[in-house]
Write a protein that binds this ligand. Structure first.
Ligand SMILES: C[S@@+](CC[C@H](N)C(=O)[O-])C[C@H]1O[C@@H](n2cnc3c(N)ncnc32)[C@H](O)[C@@H]1O
Length: 344
């Protein structure tokens, strides 16, 4: 399964799009806001002698929709604030938006155009608002390879992407009845998943260590787990078990071939903090300032209590949290399901 060729979140602006079903991920990004702001502020302050003319950041696995520009906006605001506190003109900000080649970059570029028009209006009406000049670039490609010139990045951000593996690991046994690691998964399957994650994460760190400048900062948010055994069902229960049950139902109705379902597993792995700390140490280029686990508050998501400015978020609706979760799962993995179960 070559993910680079076809994997992407649902594009466009429709009901099943990632753009309209990414409230859960937005909730996670809002939780990391303080950490992002602190990283940018420290970055600006640490370069006080040779104040950088340009702050270059990359958002890896940016997808499309409101979240894509959310982190960039946080960075721009923090650069403006810190520069003002330091009595310096803000550096220009370059934001590289990266995702796999089949991501819907066009929808992002259209949103950028709208943003620019809005900013120009704000500049005219609010004399106190002077954001740094900002330049956006789309960078298609896998972050498991090099994407940027050596020592060119000050800040790297990635949210809700690094739990996706570069490929489905080769499995020696069938993960019968499951589409991800679950309590009934054979140990060899669980081991193969971890080995794939280990290889991918180390490769990710190696590439970033070459691309980032000394003193650069990185904020990574991804789905994780609190149990030592990856078959602990934390994410499986809410996200993947309902999918597995629905697909099994389709097998019993003759709509899906059982053999195909037996070989369908998600290229996804939720690591534990211990695993992450160990891999960062093995790779050796980075030190961890801060590592934190936070829960997904499904009820807050449903009742829109996770931030103040998302009243238009279409991923929350009156049909309950289950419906919102199902739509979010569909926006994320429809291409995987279609590619494996329909096209092969
Ligand atoms: C759930 S979306 C997260 C989007 C956004 N960062 C957010 O927090 O809402 C995950 C994104 O990671 C991208 N992705 C997965 N593997 C990738 C890889 N190897 N290189 C670049 N992007 C990747 C997917 O295409 C998808 O757009």
């Amino acid at each position: 399964m070559d993910l680079v060729k076809f994997f992407h979140m649902n594009g466009g602006v429709g009901d099943a799009s990632y753009l309209n079903n990414s409230g859960l991920q937005r909730m996670g990004i809002m939780k990391t806001r303080r950490i992002i702001e602190e990283a940018i502020s420290n970055l600006c302050k640490s370069n006080i002698i040779k104040y950088p003319k340009t702050l270059v950041m990359a958002d890896l696995g940016c997808s499309l929709g409101p979240n894509t520009l959310l982190v960039g906006s946080m960075v721009i605001d923090e650069v403006a604030k810190t520069s003002q506190e330091m009595g310096l003109n803000p550096p220009e900000v370059q934001i590289n938006l990266n995702d796999l080649p089949t991501n819907d970059f066009n929808t992002i570029f259209c949103a950028l155009h709208e943003r620019e028009k809005k900013l120009n209006t704000e500049k005219i009406t609010d004399v106190h608002y002077s954001p740094p000049s900002c330049y956006f670039t789309g960078v298609p490609g896998s972050y498991f390879g090099r994407l940027f010139p050596a020592e060119s990045l000050n800040f790297v951000h990635s949210s809700y992407s690094l739990h996706w593996l570069s490929q489905l690991p080769k499995l020696r046994e069938i993960n019968k009845g499951n589409v991800y690691l679950a309590s009934t998964t054979p140990e060899s399957v669980s081991k193969a998943y971890y080995e794939q994650f280990q290889a991918d994460f180390l490769q990710f760190l190696r590439c970033r260590s070459e691309e980032m400048m000394v003193g650069g900062r990185m904020v990574l948010t991804f789905a994780g787990r609190t149990t030592e055994d990856p078959r602990g069902e934390e994410s499986y229960y809410y996200l993947w078990r309902p999918l597995a049950m629905a697909l099994q139902e389709m097998v019993s109705e003759g709509l899906v071939d059982e053999v195909k379902l037996d070989s369908f597993n998600l290229p996804w792995f939720t690591a534990s903090p211990t695993e992450i700390m160990k891999l960062v140490e093995i790779e050796g280029s980075f030190t961890i300032d801060h590592i934190e686990i936070f829960d997904v508050n499904w009820e807050a998501w449903k009742t829109k209590k996770y931030d103040n400015d998302n009243d238009n978020d279409a991923s929350t609706d009156d049909n309950g949290v289950g419906h919102a979760v199902a739509k979010s799962v569909r926006a994320g993995i429809e291409t995987l399901v279609a590619n494996h179960l329909v096209k092969q």
